[in-house]
Design a protein around this ligand. Structure first.
Ligand SMILES: [Cu+2]
Length: 504
């Protein structure tokens, strides 16, 4: 997020599936003026109990602002769009030009023409753009933040960026281009892979998890899958796989908060993610692409989360959309399937970096014995890195060679206590007593007689010299102990009453 990044393009050895004339790489990102260490310290903090994410200040295209993309007329460009940002998804749209989406996350799809692309952090979209057969007009190429992901919209936030498709470098650059709605973006659920890979039917292994954002006893707002937030183990999971021998397929050795699921070779895995949070989450899986079987609609905040119900009749697409980062709507759910055909240790996590910091991750240990077979000899750099970082490379999640002994593992802090603690009861009792005393005091004061009432009325009506009353009323006030009677207030506004000020 702080800018140490570049684009890594893997060419198809068989050549690109669609014809084009020229290729451009167009990364987009959000931009925070402060660096991550400072932002994350303020974010994961008891003084931010709601877990409000830091808000970026700006949007970038091609790592800058106001890009001029010089084009040739009547040319087909392959634009590789990558959201390299850490948090906010973006809408992309152009004046009088269309995107022809041909691939997402490295998966070719049947051509889809759209005027608007929605791209979350971690997603990649390949689109063909045909330039016009003219050379005298330039066009705006817009990017806009998905403001629904922001808790607040500060005044200084730049919500969109204007870039230009430049046919003539001497011609004017137009003003920004407006759209009426952001609802018309291409829905990636309906993208049909060019491979026509059929639906994986009848999953062998169903993993159901629920996303929850909640506070632990340190007051920090964490992200959970069910009741566990991800915390990195003392020993990297891959090291535990490689040093645990026959025990490598036992989930327990990977620790309590590593959120490990063991996958068997060749099985069809279905992940059902229920989102009990109101925010959107772009979920990303390493080592695989997955099929999006079902995605629930957006549920407005005022309604309860809608979890997946296996009893609802539903027919998945014949050729489901495939990619490695799917966006899940707030308070909704989605179902993903993949085949466990790639042994490895694979992270499944939200691609919003803030949510990953909060612990929104699962680790799949896929076919651990195959990993031992194929990868038993890691490179020197692996061991060097671990040594430099003082990270142990053997043992269970706690670094113990007795693999069932997890003493010393990294675990989440205690839950916030449910209900009242002793301190809470004390505070409640004292608050009640103070409240009762306060009401009683008002009652006693309100029922009390007002001394010298007739004289005071006369004074108000100008029928009495104030001195004669003041002598009296001071004496009265001392008796009742009250120094704040309404009558005296009236007197203090009287020029002749300065002599009682010190008493007030
Ligand atoms: Cu998230």
């Amino acid at each position: 997020m702080d800018g140490f990044r570049g684009e890594f393009i893997i060419e198809d050895p068989d050549g690109y599936a669609y014809d084009y004339d020229e290729e451009v790489i167009m990364p987009v990102a959000d931009w925070f003026y402060k660096l991550l260490p400072e932002l994350s310290t303020d974010f994961l903090n008891r003084y931010n109990p709601t877990g409000a994410e830091p808000i970026p200040q700006n949007v970038l295209m091609n790592n800058t602002r106001n890009v001029t993309w010089n084009v040739k007329p009547d040319t087909t460009y392959l634009m590789r769009i990558i959201n390299e940002g850490g948090f906010v998804a973006q809408y992309l749209y152009m004046d009088d030009h269309d995107f022809e989406v041909v691939a997402v996350d490295g998966i070719y799809v049947e051509k889809n023409v759209t005027s608007m692309i929605y791209i979350t952090p971690g997603q990649r979209v390949d689109a063909l753009i045909h330039t016009k057969n003219q050379t005298d007009t330039n066009y705006a190429f817009m990017q806009a933040m998905d403001t629904e992901m922001l808790d607040v919209i500060p005044d200084d936030l730049v919500l969109n960026g204007t870039n230009w498709i430049v046919y003539d470098q001497d011609a004017d650059l137009p003003e920004q281009y407006y759209v009426d709605t952001f609802d018309d973006y291409l829905n990636d659920f309906y993208l049909k892979p060019l491979s026509h890979t059929p639906l994986y039917e009848d999953p062998d292994h169903i993993i159901t998890v629920t996303v929850i954002m909640d506070n632990l006893n340190d007051g920090i707002n964490y992200a959970f899958f069910d009741d566990k937030t991800f915390i990195a183990p003392v020993v990297p999971v891959l090291s535990t796989v490689l040093t645990s021998g026959d025990m490598a397929n036992e989930r327990k050795i990977y620790g309590t908060n590593t959120n490990v699921y063991i996958l068997q070779p060749g099985e069809i895995v279905e992940i059902i993610v229920n989102n009990n949070d109101t925010g959107k989450h772009p979920f990303h899986l390493h080592g695989h692409t997955f099929q999006l079987i079902e995605r629930g609609d957006t549920i407005p905040d005022e309604f309860l989360p809608q979890n997946y119900s296996p009893n609802d009749s539903y027919v998945p697409p014949e050729f489901p959309s495939i990619r490695d980062t799917f966006n899940m709507h707030g308070q909704s759910y989605m179902r993903l399937r993949f085949k466990a055909d790639n042994p490895g240790v694979w992270f499944f996590h939200c691609h919003v970096d803030w949510h990953l910091l909060q612990g929104l991750a699962i680790v799949f240990v896929e076919d651990p014995f195959a990993i031992q077979e194929f990868q038993s000899d890691l490179s020197d750099s692996w061991y060097d890195n671990c040594a430099t970082g003082n990270v142990s490379t053997e043992g269970n999640a706690a670094g113990n060679m007795d693999f069932y002994d997890l003493t010393g593992e990294n675990v989440q802090v205690k839950n916030l206590p449910t209900g009242f603690t002793a301190k809470g009861y004390c505070a409640l009792v004292f608050s009640c007593v103070a409240g009762v005393l306060g009401i009683a005091a008002i009652g006693i004061y309100g029922m009390a007689d007002i001394p010298n009432i007739e004289q005071r009325v006369l004074l108000d009506l100008g029928g009495l010299e104030s001195d004669s009353l003041l002598e009296n009323s001071e004496g009265e006030d001392e008796e009742t102990g009250s120094s704040d009677s309404p009558v005296k207030r009236q007197n203090t506004s009287n020029e002749t009453s300065n002599d009682i000020e010190p008493k007030k």
